[in-house]
Design a protein around this ligand. Sequence first.
Ligand code: DX5
Ligand code: ZN
Length: 215
Amino acid sequence: MTMLAPSILSADFANLQRDVELVLAAGADWLHVDVMDGHFVPNISIGVPVVKSLRKATGGFLDVHLMISQPERYLDAFAKAGADLLNIHVEAEGDMEAMLRHIRELGCKSALTIKPNTAPEAVFPYLPLCDMVLVMSVEPGFGGQKFMPSALPKLRALKAEILRQGLNCLLEIDGGINLQNAGEAASAGADILVAGSAVFGAGDVAAAVHSFKLL
Ligand code: DX5
Ligand code: ZN
């Protein structure tokens, strides 16, 4: 079954514990945590202290999406804060192979992300070091943007390559996911759907989670 990872970027930061408890109780699988540095993306969101507080507040799986230019400087801190998965962009600075290995040494799941203008082939060499690949279906930086269908063939290409290499690597999609396009994202190969505004922006958050899980 396809997993759901609500993005807390669209939650109420003054009531984060309430919001994460609500989505997890409703059946959400993971919590997607968007970290932005105002440099890799034109927005600033949250960092290590929030992950640390979340870790104390919940046993939920923390899927940490690092939209930062120099991830190697912060991997240890995010792992220590309690991240379960550390996800770095292939477009970021640094030695991808070394960083992915280091993430696993820190005891976290490892992941690579591609932006909308990056070809899936960019991550093919690193797939054996990835527990997950994230395909962005919007330009990273902001919640509430429109889904880009160009992400779907990328998921299919990645799925085929993961099978070809005989790997156990999950696929995630992030950006503009809603109840209308979630089905096609799952059919294209997404194992995990990230949804921010479609979950926390819904009138009834728990009902939105239930609807995603019924797809
Ligand atoms: C965008 C973030 C997303 C964002 C998704 O840069 O990576 O995780 O929160 O929000 P929605 O689902 O509203 O597009
Ligand atoms: Zn994200």
